[in-house]
Design a protein around this ligand. Structure first.
Ligand code: DC
Length: 230
């Protein structure tokens, strides 16, 4: 029987640095990368495009039966494809971020996406990094290495502000912070799979660390675990 790929779970709130860290780590380890937030964003985008209300469980369930999400590294970017269309830009627009937070609260959506998330990871050749909110607690409770990446709220909002700015969207920092607080609260307070660190996750606070330092710390733990697994 062939062995399951090595699974790395990286959870944490928006703006803690999960995407940048995961991308670099995936490249250094030669692992595939599954951005689960992008999958929730795709559900929201598809619902909005098809006129399915974000609280319409039956409509969402029908949509989940058809959804196809794939990832492809293009240069430095982990591009996201919904039904074959590159939606990497559209899924990150502010109105879609709020919609993603709303659909991610629906149990029907969380349940409907479990298999897709697991399949994308298990298709990997040697290993997969999954970044999200509930990877270490729900999607892969038996992941080989789990991390919970944190940073203080102001640092996270500033990072998001700069990321949006670089992509050509200028929004007042205060607005970015307010949106983030609303989303954090919704993510932590929802009944199904709320954002929380798995008990066996390694917690990393990135507030005062350079990106390369965070990557180094995580990579070291991953390599130790890989060596232990043999
Ligand atoms: O990481 P992100 O900002 O792209 O995530 C978009 C939304 O999806 C966010 O509101 C949290 C939600 N999400 C989730 O509930 N569970 C995950 N595993 C990943 C994201």
């Amino acid at each position: 029987m062939s062995r399951r790929p090595f699974i790395v779970a990286i959870d944490g709130p928006a703006g803690a640095g999960k995407s940048s860290v995961s991308k670099l780590l995936a490249r250094r380890l030669g692992f595939s990368l599954v951005d689960t937030g992008a999958i929730y964003r795709c559900v929201a985008l598809m619902a909005r495009r098809e006129g399915v209300a974000l609280e319409d469980d039956a409509g969402l369930e029908a949509l989940l039966g058809r959804i196809q999400v794939t990832f492809k590294m293009v240069g430095e970017e982990n591009r996201v494809f919904l039904m074959g269309e590159d939606v990497s830009g559209d899924i990150r627009l502010p109105e879609n971020s709020m919609a993603a937070s709303v659909v991610s609260r629906r149990p029907v959506v969380r349940q409907g996406l479990l298999e897709l998330q697991r399949r994308l990871a298990l298709e990997a050749e040697s290993g997969a990094i999954l970044e999200g909110r509930d990877i270490g607690t729900v999607v892969f409770p038996d992941a080989d290495a789990k991390f919970f990446l944190e940073a203080d709220p102001k640092t996270r909002a500033r990072r998001r502000y700069e990321e949006l700015f670089q992509k050509g969207t200028e929004r007042p920092l205060q607005e970015v912070l307010e949106d983030q607080t609303r989303r954090d609260q919704a993510d932590m307070e929802r009944e199904v799979a709320p954002l929380k660190a798995a008990e066996d996750a390694v917690r990393v606070d990135s507030s005062a660390l350079q990106l390369s330092e965070v990557v180094q710390r995580i990579e070291q733990v991953v390599r130790e675990r890989m060596a232990a697994r043999g």
